[in-house]
Design a protein. Sequence first.
Length: 512
Amino acid sequence: MSETWWRGAAIYQVYLRSFADGNGDGIGDLAGLRSRLPYLSDLGIGAIWLNPWYPSPMADGGYDVADYRDIEPSFGTLAEAEQFIEEAHALGIRVIIDVVPNHSSDQSAWFQEALAAGPGSAARERFWFKDEPNDWKSIFGGPAWTQVPDGQWYLHLFAPEQPDFNWTNPEVHQEFHDVLRFWFDRGVDGIRIDSAAVLVKDFDGGDPEGYTDLAEVHDVYRSWRRLSDEYDERLLIGEVWFPDQERFARYLRPDELHTAFNFDFLGSPWDPAALRASIEQTIATHVPLGAPATWVLSNHDVVRPVTRYGRANTSWDNGNRRDGVPSDLELGYRRARAAALLAMALPGSVYVYQGEELGLPEVEDIPDELREDPMWHRSGHAVVGRDGCRVPLPWSGDETPFGFGTGNPWLPQPEAWKKVTVEAQQADLGSMLNLYRTALHLRREWLVGGGITWLDLGPEVLAFTRESGLTCVVNLAADPVRLPPHESVLLASGSIEGDELPSDTAVWLRTT
Ligand code: TEU
Ligand code: CA
């Protein structure tokens, strides 16, 4: 099998409205991203995945797409997006965009047409309009149905501003084929498929989750794979949240998606047995399929690792975010550094969510009136939601907006972030940023291809060797552990004294 770029890539996730603001309106945009491409190139990443960049009323941070063939005006223009793709390519960086096939925006042309055309019309058949709703609940809280003035109800698994498409309608299939072509023709290298497992619905089975992983959803991805195979080296990556590895694996069959996010690893607690089990299970699932594993520690939906790993319960659970649960951030930071070296040493591709490389914690004190996440609003304020991992990045300087732009950022940045700006961290050899940068560069040289061989350094230590001769050791025990024989230390997440690796520390050793 040929080694395509995505098999071992380090993929950097850009949440555009919080990355860098080029025009001073407080919202990140393409101009800001383009101006920071040298930063990303220097960091050593191979690809960028951007969250949705389409015109959107932003009821769910852009996951309510009004037009799949254009760019959100506050982000820039289609011409700028094309320039960005070209500039990224010139730096050897691939571009992955987000496609949202489960739902659109209530402001999309199709949904507006459906509202106007009325019950029984062909336009309504592109969505799920019913005379009577069932008892399904929205993933963001509240009912999954909203009534329109003529009395019909439409389905939205997420916010009411996100009506679900009817995937039994061939027009919907055709539309998304056209959308994929539209972007592949513009040089996009990959598609991240949002909420990939919930497209197909079964209203008659009486199952309260009659939308999760229905057999027909695989037909959609088989046809997408045929389409992407007409192009050169394009990647399809699915957002598939499943504890069940067998069902997860079905998305990675050779005629379906190339990869899917490894949320099992993300959700694993900072515990040696749990992490080892997750790694082994991941590899066991992927190897027979010939699909590369992905290693993910964070994204725009989950509490930042520094905060997660400093809590008493270090696992991640979508249904219980533990917002506001106290965290020992110093401990969390140490562990997040070690976790980064672990994730980057494993075979497959690795995802880095913007700000992870700066060691940013979750921002937990956003004033309620500034919160935007529909999870917060739809849950009746019972769930704080995801704004805390979406705060605009600190780039430089001593006060907000910390070089993010010139205007007031759309979410406030903590004052303490003056210590963790890109500028401050660049000057500090021991910073998280320099750890990530060094690791990402070493990874290109040392960590391509092959599997892992476990070393036994006791039950509380994760240790494995890659075919290149790099050995990764992570100490999850309370006490230091003696390092195995090695030629040199390539990189460590904390200070090593003699041959002793301290608790919650990881090291990359050269062993041959
Ligand atoms: O997330 C899908 C999903 O199932 C989420 O609801 C997840 O369970 C939630 O964020 C809890 O952490 C995708 C996107 O990643 C997310 O940002 C969108 O809000 C959602 O789809 C709807 O498009
Ligand atoms: Ca802007």
